[in-house]
Design a protein around this ligand. Structure first.
Ligand SMILES: Cc1ncc(COP(=O)(O)O)c(C=O)c1O
Length: 372
């Protein structure tokens, strides 16, 4: 059982409801519109539905001019970096954070620097000092990338106060926070904190969203929330200017999926399933490894496990795989690879509850074997 994969469970991919949305989009006299070139920032029906939907899923309402439809959050990150940074700029990344963002940032020609952190996340004063040091060296800190809500890999969310402090810092020191908000809607318990974007008044924050986790990764569909001026710059990118909006046909189907109510129904179906999957994994680990502080994240797809003292995530992996379970070792989520060997990331999204119980038992056996 490979708990390394952050993929949806096969029974939670909405093939039937999506087929209905495709049929609704491709029947009728205006069907051709969904299969011609798209509008630069994306089709209006999707943007209008999204603006309305997010005004409930977050606080505040974004204007239509503040949206740009993308081919997923990864594409959104690449696009944001294309218009906000120049090669050689420094991009700060949370530590730990989503590991596959590192190569997207490197592709842009920027240098990656892990943020100093404290118990509440990125350390505001230490970042301010770092930005000043870079300036004295003639380097520009252009952006800070983070996943502040049900983060990958930790499942944790930044406290509200830290969100406001970071937005204030970005506005004062003239860098952009790239807020990866991929997991906002996968909430299982309690409220979801307001986004950094909603605290920003459109200044100093660009937010990335995705339908990969809430609907299906194969759609390659997501969105950017940014100041209207940033959206204009995205619209002027050469390949957007030449080819129109990205992924136009799927974006039109998503508009039908959203406006028909299918999206809300789908979320209402998947949330309790993912919560049960999380509980199967967490409850078994808590019973089997009582001295390990296994957290129960209130949203997202991941559990970030602190290993017992002296147990290395990298060293444990072959033993775990001999026992029939795998994971991603924590050092992968640190840009410098120097920290994180004391944690492992487990994804509970891909497997049914019974398989997660099996996986947790195998992992516990492996940990017991490793620590004696
Ligand atoms: C934090 C985060 N951002 C982005 C992605 C990728 O999103 P997309 O499929 O929309 O590119 C993932 C997927 O694991 C993720 O965890």
């Amino acid at each position: 059982v490979d708990l390394g994969w952050g993929h949806p469970h096969r029974s939670l991919v909405p093939t039937g409801a999506w087929a209905d949305a495709v049929a609704a989009t491709l029947h009728g006299p205006d069907a051709w519109r969904s299969m011609t070139y798209g509008y630069p920032s994306g089709p209006a029906p999707l943007i209008e539905w999204l603006a309305e939907h997010l005004s409930h899923a977050d606080s505040g309402r974004s204007e239509s001019a503040q949206f740009f439809i993308t081919a997923g959050a990864s594409h959104g990150l690449a696009l944001a970096l294309a218009v906000l940074t120049a090669p050689g700029d420094v991009v700060l990344v949370d530590a730990p954070t989503y590991h596959l963002a590192f190569s997207t940032i490197s592709d842009s020609g920027c240098q990656i620097a892990p943020t100093p952190t404290d118990d509440d996340g990125p350390d505001v004063e230490a970042i301010a000092d770092f930005v000043q040091v870079c300036r004295r060296q003639g380097r520009r800190v252009a952006a800070l990338y983070l996943v502040p809500t049900f983060g990958n890999p930790t499942g944790r969310s930044l406290p509200d106060r830290r969100r406001r402090q970071l937005v204030g810092l970005a506005q004062r020191l003239d860098f952009t926070i790239v807020e990866d908000d991929t997991y906002r809607e996968l909430v299982y318990d309690g409220p979801v904190p307001a986004s950094l974007w909603s605290h920003s008044d459109g200044l100093g924050v660009v937010r990335l969203g995705s339908f990969s986790k809430t609907v299906a990764p194969g759609l390659r569909l997501g969105w950017i929330n940014a100041a209207a001026g940033v959206v204009k710059r995205l619209e002027r990118l050469g390949y957007v200017d030449s080819g129109g909006g990205v992924n136009h046909t799927n974006a039109c189907v998503m508009a039908a999926f959203g406006t028909s109510g299918a999206y809300r129904q789908h979320l209402a179906r998947i949330r309790p399933s993912y919560a049960r999957q999380r509980d199967a994994l967490v409850d078994t680990l808590r019973v089997r490894l009582p001295t390990v502080a296994t957290p129960r994240p209130s949203g997202g797809w991941f559990v970030w496990i602190p290993l017992p003292a002296g147990c290395s995530a990298r060293a444990l992996l072959p033993t775990a795989e001999q026992h029939g379970v795998s994971y991603v070792d924590g050092s992968k989520f640190h840009a410098d690879g120097m920290r994180g060997d004391d944690h492992i990331r487990l994804a509970f999204s891909l497997y049914a509850e019974q398989d997660l119980v099996t996986a947790a038992n195998r992992l516990a056996d492996a940990v017991e074997a490793a620590v004696g």
